[in-house]
Design a protein around this ligand. Structure first.
Ligand SMILES: Cc1cc2nc3c(=O)[nH]c(=O)nc-3n(C[C@H](O)[C@H](O)[C@H](O)COP(=O)(O)OP(=O)(O)OC[C@H]3O[C@@H](n4cnc5c(N)ncnc54)[C@H](O)[C@@H]3O)c2cc1C
Length: 246
């Protein structure tokens, strides 16, 4: 709420990337700035600098993946910032965040595509080197088909992501394409990492081999920046599916 010339912020948000490092400078907080109409609260974005009184950023520990990426828990207790810290206009917060998410989903898509390509290359390389029954394991049809599926799906994901990036470059990106690109690239990575571990057999479970890390790292992409279920909801809403789909 606005108190004189200051916003007073109360609340908390868990799982915020890069928010609790020594060099984290500022966060953008999506707040309800007017709740006089409970059916249509006004949502705005406000900038809060690290070190502001009443703003606490705590590191979260114990993630199974992406351990070099900082994740923080943010708490705001009667945190006061100047009213000039409002980002854009009052009531624009929801739209600002949705627009940011559309672009962010392309970044997650790119991580998924690159990860899938990496897992595929490791699997292909291993399939040529590892011998069983006097043959490289890639010569077994079960493994060759996995590699063929990986290469094909990666190419499909690449085309969709590139289309979405082209739309963004031309200021025509819609929520549907952001969600489709993120969903397809992260799920392509899921299948590629799974196949890559399977093709490494027992070694696939060992930390000495990079496919193990792909298998863990992939999971964040199904969850961060909106889960895969939420991407399907966004797509359904934007292709004319009736009802709220949620
Ligand atoms: C490492 C990490 C970094 C993150 N960084 C950020 C960040 O920088 N900024 C930020 O704002 N957030 C960040 N997040 C939060 C992330 O976006 C959320 O975790 C994610 O959106 C899921 O929300 P949730 O954890 O509350 O799960 P929940 O909403 O509790 O969902 C639990 C399950 O139920 C499903 N579900 C929930 N609602 C529905 C529905 N209506 N229909 C169908 N299925 C549903 C979900 O898909 C999921 O499978 C981060 C999360 C992680 C793990």
């Amino acid at each position: 709420m606005l108190d004189g010339n200051e916003w007073v912020i109360n609340g908390s948000k868990i799982f915020i990337t890069n928010s609790a490092t020594d060099i984290s400078a500022v966060c953008v907080v999506q707040c309800v700035t007017d709740s006089s109409d409970p059916r249509k609260p006004e949502v705005s974005c406000i900038l809060v600098e690290n070190g502001t009184k009443g703003f606490i950023a705590e590191k979260m520990h114990g993630k199974m993946c992406w351990r070099s990426s900082n994740t923080g828990l943010l708490t705001f207790q009667d945190c006061r910032v100047p009213k000039e810290n409002l980002l854009g206009g009052r009531g624009e917060g929801f739209h600002q965040m949705l627009k940011t998410l559309d672009g962010g989903r392309l970044s997650i898509g790119a991580m998924g595509l690159g990860g899938a390509q990496g897992a595929f290359e490791l699997a292909l390389d291993y399939s040529k080197k590892r011998q069983q029954f006097g043959r490289p394991i890639g010569s077994f049809q079960a493994n060759a088909f996995k590699l063929a599926d990986m290469a094909t799906e990666i190419e499909m994901a690449r085309l969709l992501l590139y289309k979405a990036c082209w739309l963004k470059d031309n200021d025509r990106l819609t929520p549907k394409y952001g969600a489709m690109a993120k969903l397809v690239c992260s799920e392509t990575y899921y299948r590629a990492a799974n196949h890559a571990v399977q093709m490494h057999g027992g070694y696939g479970l060992m930390k000495d081999y990079a496919v193990e890390r792909h298998y863990r790292n992939q999971k964040l992409l199904d969850i961060g920046e909106g889960t895969s279920e939420v991407q399907r909801i966004v797509i359904a809403r934007n292709i004319g599916v009736p009802g709220r789909s949620m």
